[in-house]
Design a protein. Structure first.
Length: 100
């Protein structure tokens, strides 16, 4: 887990708080991977779907490899909206890396 945390910090740098905002339990891997206390997010401060997709694709590229693939369990996909399906498709179809 320490290697994964170091790889995430290297890949995201100061943007690690953006990833931690999307994945709140990320700090379980390492306390260094947490939301920045210096910036308070308000309800009106939302990320668009392209930003969310970009951050999640970067995350998948870092945490998955041919030796340690990432398995996604998608439950109740029939209730998924179009934006969520587009996001999932973007992650699964990423040609730059990631092994889901």
């Amino acid at each position: 887990l320490d290697d994964t945390a170091a790889n995430l910090l290297e890949a995201f740098g100061s943007d690690i708080s953006v990833l931690a905002r999307l994945l709140p339990n990320l700090s379980v891997i390492s306390p260094r991977l947490k939301k920045s206390a210096s910036y308070n997010y308000s309800d009106g401060d939302q990320m668009n779907i392209q930003s969310v997709g970009f951050v999640l694709r970067r995350f998948v590229r870092v945490v998955s490899s041919t030796s340690t693939p990432l398995m996604l369990f998608l439950d109740d996909l029939q209730w998924c909206d179009y934006s969520s399906l587009t996001l999932i498709e973007g992650i699964l179809a990423d040609k730059e890396g990631g092994n889901c």
